[in-house]
Design a protein around this ligand. Structure first.
Ligand SMILES: Cc1cc2nc3c(=O)[nH]c(=O)nc-3n(C[C@H](O)[C@H](O)[C@H](O)COP(=O)(O)O)c2cc1C
Length: 275
């Protein structure tokens, strides 16, 4: 009898314990679900790859694929010298790379500008008729358009230009002095206006989203880093100083390069100047 009673007590205690654990877990889950999560946490969560996410994405509507190249028809075209510079080793450039925010008043030469643009997005090969570039790109979809704000480049009037990757040339978007506006857009970071040239890396998100869905947004930001690092290392090798900038007023930058900030937006700046 005693043994049976003790066995019964044991079963009741164990069952109670299990019930308590389940209640605890369920309460914790409810709390977690009800918790306000930040937009950044939500972005990370909703763009995380899970098997459920991959399957779900198959049924999610994707945007149409935008054209691969942006063309400024009728714009003044400026040819650039061939990017033929050979400088230091990549290991030397790693060692020397530092963010530089003070530049001399010496202009950057057109040959140096050509080399910097090539480092950012120059065409280096072809695959299935598609132009491959100096920086890697998820699915070789190349979401970036490169704009430059020319402040102090030899034989190149001040203005905003678009880099035409296929012919390694510049298209004039807007002539004029934009030093004040880019500094203002960059939260008064003076190097942006002092630089010989300030790059604006502008992303057309649907070039990646049409294939990779919302996950593709992460790829866009990763790619901006690749391009910027290429500019950093090329600048070092050319004996120039440079710094990237993620802190800027999005709307002002988008207005400068005439993009809507929705389908296409400036996501990273990079200033380069002579030392
Ligand atoms: C995503 C990102 C955003 C950055 N934004 C700015 C910026 O807005 N302004 C700036 O002066 N430097 C900016 N930097 C440069 C960092 O301040 C710099 O890399 C850091 O201080 C390390 O110094 P180093 O680049 O000389 O090694 C940024 C760097 C990264 C990676």
């Amino acid at each position: 009898m005693g043994i049976l009673r003790r066995m019964g007590e044991f079963t009741v205690t164990t069952t109670l314990l299990i019930v308590l654990i389940f209640v605890g877990i369920s309460l914790a889950r409810q709390k977690e679900q009800g918790k306000e999560i930040s937009i950044g946490e939500r972005f990370h969560k909703e763009t995380s790859l899970t098997w459920r996410g991959v399957v779900g994405d198959l049924f999610r509507e994707k945007p149409k694929q935008p054209p691969q190249y942006k063309v400024y028809a009728g714009a003044t075209k400026i040819e650039l010298p061939k990017p033929e510079y050979t400088g230091m080793t990549v290991e030397e450039a790693f060692k020397k790379r530092r963010s530089v925010r003070n530049y001399s008043t010496k202009p950057i030469s057109k040959a140096q500008l050509s080399q910097l643009l090539f480092a950012a997005q120059g065409v280096t090969g072809k695959m299935y008729g598609k132009a491959l570039r100096t920086a890697p790109s998820a699915g070789a979809l190349y979401p970036f358009e490169i704009y430059i704000i020319v402040n102090n480049v030899q034989d190149l009037p001040r203005g905003i230009y678009h880099y035409s990757v296929l012919d390694h040339a510049l298209e004039l978007v807007k002539p004029g002095d934009f030093r004040g506006q880019i500094t203002d857009a960059g939260l008064d970071q003076e190097m942006l206006g002092d630089a010989g040239v300030t790059f604006v890396l502008s992303a057309i998100f649907d070039r990646v989203r049409h294939k990779y869905g919302e996950r593709g947004l992460r790829y866009v930001y990763m790619e901006a880093g690749h391009i910027s690092q290429n500019i950093y290392l090329q600048a070092v090798s050319l004996g120039l100083g440079s710094v990237c900038a993620g802190a800027f007023l999005d709307e002002k930058v988008n207005q400068l390069i005439d993009v809507d900030g929705w389908k296409e937006a400036g996501v990273y700046l990079h200033a380069v100047g002579a030392l």
